[in-house]
Design a protein around this ligand. Structure first.
Ligand code: PNS
Length: 181
């Protein structure tokens, strides 16, 4: 029997910390599904399909340098209900999440208990590589929106996208100021 695990998340955007968890989890399971899921508690910056593409590109790039290419990783999205509904559909019994701090433990624990209660899906937590222990999507979004350099924390394509979004917003805001003058 092959073991399928799912790494779910908003990935808005995917960070090098997420990729570290994905690469390590891919080595632990026969099949790993990276699932971009809408988080009802968050409003998103990047469209879901774009987030999926960023992860696919990064996974493909990671496969080149890893000892074992990430051929067992599938990247997709889910918007048809509960996360555990996806797990049931594909026969996944395990969720994998990265936890960086006690704050993450407090955030993840109720979801892990709920997912197990709903469908018997277990959650396994991986501790971060120290190099990525402080990186989060929300911090990356904030730093990028204020003109900071996010190159060390996200794949190159994501950093370029965030820079372009900021430039677009800056352009739109200066155009609207000029119009009101
Ligand atoms: O990266 P995030 O935002 O912390 O990921 C949270 C996510 C998307 C995994 C979580 O919000 C989720 O599972 N959403 C799907 C809806 C669902 O199944 N809710 C019940 C889970 S307890």
């Amino acid at each position: 029997m092959s073991t399928i695990a799912v790494v779910p998340g908003s990935f808005d955007p995917v960070t090098l910390g997420h990729l570290d968890v994905i690469v390590r989890a891919a080595g632990l399971f026969d099949e790993l599904h990276v699932l971009v899921v809408h988080n009802p508690g968050k409003s998103a910056l990047i469209p879901v399909e774009q987030r999926v593409d960023f992860i696919r590109e990064a996974v493909d790039a990671a496969g080149v340098d890893e000892v074992s290419p990430l051929e067992n990783v599938l990247v997709t999205s889910w918007s048809e209900g509960l996360l555990v509904d996806y797990c049931t559909r594909v026969g996944a019994k395990v969720l994998v999440k990265g936890i960086r701090s006690q704050v993450d433990v407090a955030y993840e624990t109720p979801m892990a208990i709920m997912n197990r209660s709903l469908a018997g899906v277990e959650t396994i937590f991986l501790l971060p590589d120290p190099a990525h222990a402080l990186v989060s999507s929300s911090l990356v979004r904030q730093v990028a929106s204020l003109g900071g350099d996010v190159d060390p924390y996200v794949p190159r394509a994501v950093a370029d996208y965030l820079r372009a979004s900021r430039d677009d917003q800056a352009g739109a805001s200066s155009a609207s100021k000029n119009e009101t003058r």
